[in-house]
Design a protein around this ligand. Structure first.
Ligand SMILES: Cc1cc2nc3c(=O)[nH]c(=O)nc-3n(C[C@H](O)[C@H](O)[C@H](O)COP(=O)(O)OP(=O)(O)OC[C@H]3O[C@@H](n4cnc5c(N)ncnc54)[C@H](O)[C@@H]3O)c2cc1C
Ligand code: SF4
Length: 325
C-alpha cells in the first residue's frame, strides 16, 4: 500500500453543490464511505487531487416512504439498510444483500450509493502499485494488454457489488443529479457491458437516491452469494430472486445476477416459466438460462466455469426454496 497522497477535501451540503465542485476540477472524485475509494487511492489506482465528501449532504441520508414504495438516499449506510423495518419486511432480498457486503465495519461506513457506483474488479487490477507495475499494468489502467484476454481490446473486470441485483428484481430506479440537472433512470440502465467504463453516469453526475416501487402482492425474495471467506468477501457470483407463486405455478419470476459480468444484470427469459408447473425440469431450465447469461472471465482466483456453475445453482436453489415456502 502507498502512503495517502496530499489532496483537497470538500464537504458540500447539497447534491447540486457537490456536482458543481466536481465539474470545477477534472481530477476530482466523489467520496462516500470511502471503503472502496480509499483502498484504490492507497493502491495507486486512483490519484485524485480533490475529493468531494458526500457525507454532509443531509438530503441523501434518509429512507422515506414514497407513494406506495420507498425512496432510499444514496448516503444511507449499509448497516442501516439491512435492519430497516420496511426493507426487512417488504424487500428481504435487499436486506440480505446489504447484510452480506464485506464485514461489519465496512457496512457501518459503506453507503448504498458507493455500492452501486463501485468500480469493477479484477485479479490483475485490485493489486498494489508495485504488483501491477511488475506486470506492466493492464488495459484498464496504465497498460496496453488485458492479461485476462490478451488478444483483445476489451476489459472484462467484473461488477461485484452485492446490492444492485437485489434492487433490480424489484424494478428500482435511480435519481441522478449533475451540472445539467436531474434525471431518473431504471437501475439496469446505470450500467454498460464494459469493465473499463461500466457506469453510464454523465460527467460529474452523482447518484442521489433509489426509488423502489411497492413489492408485487404476495411476492417473496432472497439474495445469496458465493465467496471465498464467509465472513468478509466480494461475491464470486451473486443471485437475487423475486417470485410469486400460486398452487405450484409461478405467477412472476425475476432473477438478477452480480459478479459474473462487467455489469449487474436482469436474467432474460424468466417470463417463459410463468403459468407453468415448477417441477424439476423447469428448475433445471431456470438454472441453465442463468448459466448461459453469466459470462465470468478469469478475473478472480476462482475459475470462471466454477462461478458459472455456482450462479446457476444459486438461482435454482433460491427459486425452489421461495416457491415451496
Ligand atoms: C475488504 C473489503 C471487502 C469488501 N467486500 C464487499 C462485498 O462483499 N460486497 C460489496 O458489494 N462490496 C464490498 N466491498 C466494497 C465496499 O466496501 C462496498 O461496496 C461499499 O458499499 C462501498 O460504499 P462506500 O460508500 O464506501 O463507497 P466509496 O468507496 O466512497 O465509493 C465507491 C465508488 O463510488 C463512487 N461514489 C460513491 N458515492 C457516489 C454517489 N452518490 N454518486 C456517484 N458516485 C459515487 C466513488 O466515487 C467511488 O468511485 C468491500 C471492500 C473491502 C475493503
Ligand atoms: S479484465 Fe483485463 S483489462 Fe480488465 S482489469 Fe482485468 S486484466 Fe485489466
Amino acid at each position: 500500500m502507498e502512503n495517502m497522497p496530499e489532496f483537497t477535501l470538500h464537504r458540500p451540503d447539497t447534491a447540486e453543490e457537490a456536482a458543481k465542485l466536481k465539474a470545477s476540477d477534472d481530477s476530482s472524485r466523489y467520496l462516500a464511505g470511502g471503503t472502496d475509494m480509499i483502498v484504490n487511492v492507497r493502491r495507486g489506482i486512483e490519484a485524485p487531487e480533490t475529493m468531494i465528501d458526500l457525507t454532509a449532504i443531509g438530503e441523501i441520508t434518509q429512507i422515506a416512504v414514497d407513494g406506495d414504495g420507498l425512496r432510499i438516499g444514496a448516503g444511507v449506510k449499509l448497516a442501516d439498510l439491512c435492519v430497516h423495518a420496511d426493507i426487512v419486511a417488504k424487500y428481504p432480498a435487499i436486506a440480505q444483500a446489504a447484510a452480506s457486503v464485506a464485514g461489519p465495519t465496512h457496512r457501518s461506513y459503506g453507503t448504498i450509493g458507493g455500492n452501486l457506483c463501485l468500480d469493477t474488479r479484477c485479479l490483475f487490477y485490485n493489486q498494489s502499485q508495485w504488483w501491477r507495475e511488475s506486470n506492466n499494468f493492464c488495459l484498464k489502467h496504465k497498460g496496453e494488454v488485458c492479461h485476462v484476454a490478451p488478444g483483445g481490446k476489451r476489459c472484462f473486470a467484473a461488477f461485484s457489488g452485492d446490492v444492485a441485483p437485489a434492487l433490480m428484481v424489484y424494478g428500482a430506479e435511480v435519481d441522478l443529479v449533475g451540472p445539467g440537472g436531474e434525471r431518473t433512470i431504471p437501475l439496469p440502465d446505470l450500467y454498460r457491458n464494459d469493465g473499463m467504463d461500466h457506469l453510464t453516469l454523465e460527467k460529474d453526475e452523482l447518484l442521489v437516491s433509489i426509488r423502489l416501487p411497492a413489492p408485487p402482492a404476495g411476492s417473496l425474495s432472497a439474495y445469496e452469494k458465493s465467496r471465498i471467506r464467509g465472513s468478509i468477501d466480494f461475491p464470486l457470483a451473486g443471485c437475487a430472486v423475486l417470485l410469486t407463486s400460486d398452487g405450484g405455478q409461478l405467477s412472476e419470476l425475476q432473477i438478477a445476477l452480480t459478479a459474473v459480468n462487467p455489469f449487474p444484470q436482469m436474467v432474460k427469459g424468466t417470463d417463459d416459466f410463468v403459468g407453468k408447473p415448477l417441477d424439476d425440469e423447469a428448475l433445471d431450465a431456470i438454472r441453465d438460462i442463468v448459466r448461459t447469461q453469466a459470462k465470468p472471465m478469469r478475473t478472480t482466483t476462482v475459475r470462471p466455469w466454477y462461478r458459472r456453475r455456482v450462479v446457476g445453482a444459486l438461482a435454482r436453489k433460491l427459486v425452489m426454496r421461495l416457491a415451496s415456502v
